[in-house]
Design a protein around this ligand. Structure first.
Ligand SMILES: C[S@@+](CC[C@H](N)C(=O)[O-])C[C@H]1O[C@@H](n2cnc3c(N)ncnc32)[C@H](O)[C@@H]1O
Length: 364
């Protein structure tokens, strides 16, 4: 804790253009400001530490490494961020359903602590794994991440992307991103190798149920070309909520998303519920399960997949829904859907379901 002399020295670092003390900036960036008030660090409780520029950290924090000020911001139910393509996006973009690693890092920072273990059982090209590695340099510390992916190509892309990214980082003089534990295979089998209660955060992006036969839908669409075609954009049948890492909607139909073996939505929900029931054994009692899931619009109807998946998981697994967050991507392209006859949403958001183990009775 800083004594008065330290605090004075700290404050003098903040000068305005004329070299004078910039009180406003000092308040914002250096002095112990919490909830708009400068606090007396001598009066902090034993379990509180003032972290310069970040606010007061409470040692009793079991959820993450955030200070009170950062925690307040992190409780926002909307993440209004477009994540520019980076971290070898061109290579990872082959997947089509990949998530921005920095978005994953943001969620990892909210729901885990440095040194924690993060599991992604549907890892794709490694958005979660890269996010866990970014936390070492852009967050509060490295998380150990394990990924399961049954398509060898996606495993290889993760590995190649990491090598290339680290070559570029080396050239820039940045420290390398840690290699995470990507395992090739079916998550239903690989989960058997993960000890119970050993995962602090399960962060994943589920494979999608493709409404009926996608090809059939496309063929039907081709035969009933509507005036919408003159706008050059996709028709309403494409208006689903899957979005990748800065890609356009059509990306959701690329290989990464077309991985479902389920004939009906009920099959998909049953399979996901059973898998999450098994995954839940691996999650520590104070851990979290965080799941990306986009809603869809098809055949004149909104498919509220996020709500249905949340209900199916809660019914089958010992998990309680704590929140749904919205990732709103303001950079996503809008298309003309439905015009001028019916309202069809342009899906510029995805849902992020947040569960915690059902027996976490201490949670408020
Ligand atoms: C929506 S993608 C995840 C994308 C990932 N978030 C990323 O950033 O690349 C879902 C992934 O789950 C994989 N998958 C589907 N079923 C699986 C299973 N039973 N075991 C392992 N992986 C599976 C698919 O191959 C697909 O890559």
């Amino acid at each position: 804790m800083a004594d008065d002399g330290d605090r004075h020295r700290q404050s003098r670092l903040f000068t305005d253009d004329d070299g004078g003390f910039d009180a406003e900036r000092a308040r914002e960036e250096s002095l112990p400001v919490e909830d708009g008030e400068v606090i007396d660090t001598d009066e902090l409780a034993d379990h509180q530490t003032y972290l310069e520029g970040r606010g007061i950290y409470d040692e009793r924090n079991r959820v993450n490494d955030l200070t009170g000020k950062e925690w307040k911001y992190a409780t926002k139910s909307v993440i209004p961020e477009g994540y520019p393509p980076d971290l070898q996006h061109d290579l990872r973009g082959e997947h089509g359903g990949q998530k921005p690693p920095r978005l994953c890092a943001e969620l990892i920072g909210r729901f885990s602590k440095a040194g924690d273990t993060v599991l992604d059982p549907f890892a794709g090209v490694g958005g979660t794994l890269l996010g866990a590695s970014l936390c070492e340099h852009e967050g509060t510390g490295l998380r150990e991440a394990i990924g399961f992916e049954r398509t060898r190509r996606w495993v290889e892309i993760y590995e190649t992307a990491l090598v290339r990214e680290n070559e570029e980082r080396r050239e820039r003089g940045d420290p390398p991103l840690a290699e995470q534990d990507m395992r090739h295979g079916d998550c239903a089998e690989l989960i058997e190798g993960v000890p119970d209660d050993s995962v602090d955060l399960l962060l994943t992006d589920v494979p999608y149920w493709h409404m009926d036969e996608l090809e059939q839908t496309r063929n039907e669409r081709r035969t009933r070309e509507s005036s919408l075609g003159s706008f050059g954009g996709p028709t309403a049948d494409d208006a689903n909520g899957e979005s990748g890492d800065g890609d356009a909607d059509s990306a959701s139909h690329k290989a990464g998303a077309a991985d479902g073996e389920w004939e009906t939505k009920a099959d998909w929900l049953d399979d996901m519920a059973a898998k999450f029931d098994r995954f839940a054994d691996a999650v520590a009692p104070e851990g979290h399960v965080v799941v990306f899931i986009g809603d869809m619009y098809r055949d004149q109807s909104y498919e509220f997949l996020s709500a249905e998946l949340a209900q199916a998981i809660e019914a089958a697994a010992p998990l309680t829904l704590a929140a749904t967050l919205i990732w709103y991507d303001p950079t996503k392209d809008l298309h003309v859907y439905g015009y001028p006859f019916s309202f069809v949403p342009s899906m510029v958001h995805q849902n992020v379901l947040v569960f915690r183990p059902a027996d976490d009775s201490d949670a408020t």
